[in-house]
Design a protein around this ligand. Structure first.
Ligand SMILES: [Fe+2]
Ligand SMILES: [Fe+2]
Length: 168
């Protein structure tokens, strides 16, 4: 059984993962609007991954006998200055998620809830991978550039990162 504190923290994380789904999907819509189809495919695929994260935590809370709750979500931004700003925002967002996961791991340790510590191990590994992925995307933007024809090639490169999407 989850403590009230861990239930609240995990439900809060459910909200953060759902917000991530909406944020990345909204970013995909912005990219589509800017004719950046590769970036849009990448972000759409990533929104799907976040949906998997949400479902994973939701299921875990239910399995413990605690009540999983879907919280009200703030609307994501709809406008970014350019594609570099989009990807700077993704890395920043993932860093926020990492801090949040770490705080829950810490709370689970403090309560000797080792099942929850074990459950969250997957998320700590995932956050390491996600921060690496978005850092790689930002590096590509810096090296290839985001002006004129560079933007075309950057979009193609990022499209290649979209899992399961025929973006190139
Ligand atoms: Fe996530
Ligand atoms: Fe993520």
């Amino acid at each position: 059984m989850l403590s009230a504190n861990l239930t609240q923290l995990l439900n809060q994380q459910i909200g953060l993962e759902l917000y991530s789904v909406n944020l990345y999907r909204q970013m995909a819509a912005w990219c589509d609007h800017e004719a950046l189809v590769g970036c849009a495919a990448f972000l759409e695929a990533h929104a799907e991954e976040e949906n998997g994260h949400y479902a994973r935590i939701f299921r875990y809370v239910r399995e413990t006998g605690a009540k999983a709750v879907i919280p009200a979500l703030p609307a994501p931004p709809t406008q970014w200055q350019d594609v570099a700003a989009v990807f700077a925002a993704t890395l920043e967002h993932e860093q926020t998620i990492t801090r949040s996961i770490n705080a829950i791991v810490k709370a689970a340790y403090a309560e000797n809830d080792f099942a929850t510590v074990g459950f969250l191990q997957w998320f700590t590994n995932e956050q390491h991978e996600e921060e690496h992925l978005f850092r790689t995307v930002l590096d590509k933007a810096r090296i290839i550039g985001t002006e004129g024809k560079s933007l075309y090639w950057l979009d193609k490169e990022i499209g290649k990162l979209a899992k399961g999407a025929a973006a190139n």
